[in-house]
Design a protein around this ligand. Sequence first.
Ligand code: AMP
Length: 541
Amino acid sequence: MLGLMMNQPMMISALLRHAELNHGDTEIVSRLAVGGTHRYTYAAAAVRSRQLARALIALGAKAEDRIGTLAWNSHRHFEIYYAVSGIAAITHTINPRLFPEQITYIANHADDRFIFFDLTFTKLIEALVPHCPGVKGWVALCQRSEMPECSIPNLHCYEDLVAAQSDDFEWPEFDENTASSLCYTSGTTGNPKGVLYSHRSTVLHAYGAALPDALGASARDCILPVVPMFHVNAWGLPYSGALTGAKLVMPGPHLDGASLYTLFEEEGVTMSAGVPTIWLGLLQYLQANELRLSTVKRLVIGGSAAPPAMIRAFDEQYGITVLHAWGMTEMSPLGTVNTYKHKHLALPAEERDRIRLKQGRGIFGVELKIVDGDGIELPRDGKAFGDLMVRGPWITSGYFKSEGGDPLRDGWFPTGDVATIDPDGYMQITDRSKDVIKSGGEWISSIDLENIAVAHPAVAEAAVIGAAHPKWDERPLLVVIKKPGQDVDRDELIAFYEGKVAKWWIPDDVVFVDDLPHTATGKLSKLQLRQRLQDYRFPGA
Ligand code: AMP
């Protein structure tokens, strides 16, 4: 017997309609790429999104068309998210930090019909135009007076397009499984692969992300997504924001400590989200200038392991709760978030410390398991580590245009991460499977070793890679950037590991560098680092 409840499809446009009706005067504030601040409300955003939907249709955009964006976080990008998906077309966010050849590959692979871009990227677009014959029009995200002098053909002005339309438009209702947005993985090896989200997966993820034990978003929040809208839909915050009616602050291109600090204070930001390198910048700025954040309560740190020293510094020195989160482009992205359980609240600080360093518990909608090399499930004892597998309604079942074949194994998505899961459901990443250090047939977690190094007062950033060793196959090599004005030598750093890990885990050597390579999504690129250090040999080995 079927239930008798309404079978109303989950539509992304419904999130915006909800915000318009219930949080119409709540603000969306944007720092513009051209300078200055833009300020309006959910009600105004809803009106302009309907105008934009009509403009897209007038341009000839149809259902299933991919509409590319090369843009920072802003109110206009927010409008594109809703207008494009709202007419059953597909928002294709392109990461401008990729190499131009990768951007060309992605735009062509996606068959982008139109590309919307911030003026920061005008030169990049000019270089792209001859290689993207399928793009019918380019839209500059600016007003008429700001239109760039350039050679881009079929160039439109965003504000003109919007202003030419009325907002007399009803969002169509269609199958909730319809594709809504497309985001390519950063593709550290091989070509980037497209992850195609649906209206259903996006709305379910927006619900899941807003839960109290996930990001805990509410109408009392002012959320600043530092994580770019071109990286997994800014972790879904433009959707969870509308779902909860949180005030949104879009930071534009300037994500350094000073710019973020000013914006946090001016707008009364309560919650923000980004990768560890961003928070490192903010922390250093706060410490160097003896400043405090007066309204921020929660910082979501994900995308790479949040170093324990950073979690402690925000908590103990600034009274800010760090939500350590883990996810992937293929997971919309949220998989786990670290929050305590009721039974943990009375525990001594050191025991709670051990819990909060993990990547957290799977939120409902994400099932996790770890398996060995034969695919046999390993115990949830917090000790066994194996390949982490996931499944759920906002996890990909395959890549766009079937690139790479069927990624699933028995209905589970292999994350490529290696992890433990404890009896309380807390997952801890020990490595990317390709970064794990294989020493004498045993595995050493590079993340654990990096976390210890960054707890040293003279270390700004650290990476540990497995370097070739004639006897052990690989041994850990610590690569360190020192903090300005601080000094530390190899022996002191090696000694710093004593008593913190098993003896055979301690790095064999230390290399000091001025910079570390990062990927287009701000993660440490171990691949590039291994390439840089391919000629390295351990002393005496
Ligand atoms: P991306 O699809 O670019 O977001 O990359 C996803 C990958 O980033 C995951 O598979 C992890 O290897 C890594 N990652 C994300 N969040 C974390 C975290 N909190 N701790 C450790 N690794 C993380």
